[in-house]
Design a protein. Structure first.
Length: 195
């Protein structure tokens, strides 16, 4: 387990399964000795490291940054809000991503098609390859995006129904043939299905 980079707590738990009466401090010391003597490395206890580093470091995950950029201001994480200016100076791409997202959300909120062309010009000024690829994909589907911005019609109902039908199909995989599957779908009360 030491060779496979297991933590000392995981090794201790497996030893305690074999012998519940074993002394935990003795086992941890023994694990550290074996790791140093035969594997020439220190074995780290994750809990002890978290306690030690808790006051010194703040862990910010990528998903936290995405949520911070994309959600409403008053629901934003105070942990990231406190470090956001430092993050933007350290990683300039974050400033660019925030600007791109804000501009696009304004395009959608104002339902103004002319803003989309300005948005594409803002994307072209970017230095990030992924943002430029995003601009290219928007240009490819520009008509569909303009229709989505200008009209209030949505395909959400149909897509939701498709999702439910696929779920029923997955649950019934291998257990029912097409007529029974059709009955099951119709029994769920989908309005857009015809008998």
């Amino acid at each position: 387990m030491i060779a496979d980079n297991f933590e000392s707590t995981a090794i201790l738990k497996s030893v305690q399964k074999l012998d519940p009466n074993v002394n935990p401090t003795f086992v941890k010391d023994y694990i550290k000795t074996i790791a140093q003597r035969y594997f020439d490395r220190e074995i780290v206890d994750a809990r002890a490291m978290k306690k030690k580093l808790k006051c010194e470091y703040v862990a910010i995950r990528r998903i936290d940054i995405v949520k911070f950029i994309t959600i409403i201001h008053h629901k934003k994480s105070s942990k990231i809000r406190r470090h956001w200016p430092l993050l933007k100076t350290k990683f300039p791409i974050l400033r660019e991503l925030e600007k791109v997202y804000r501009f696009f959300s304004n395009c959608l909120a104002q339902t103004n098609i002319k803003l989309l062309d300005r948005y594409l010009s803002v994307l072209d000024e970017s230095t990030c390859k992924n943002i430029l690829d995003f601009a290219k994909s928007i240009r490819k589907d520009k008509i569909a995006i303009q229709n989505a911005i200008s009209t209030q019609i949505t395909s959400g109902l149909v897509e939701g129904g498709n999702n439910k039908i696929k779920l029923i199909k997955r649950q019934a995989y291998g257990r029912m043939k097409l007529p029974r599957l059709r009955q099951k779908i119709l029994s769920q009360g989908f309005l857009f299905c015809t008998p």
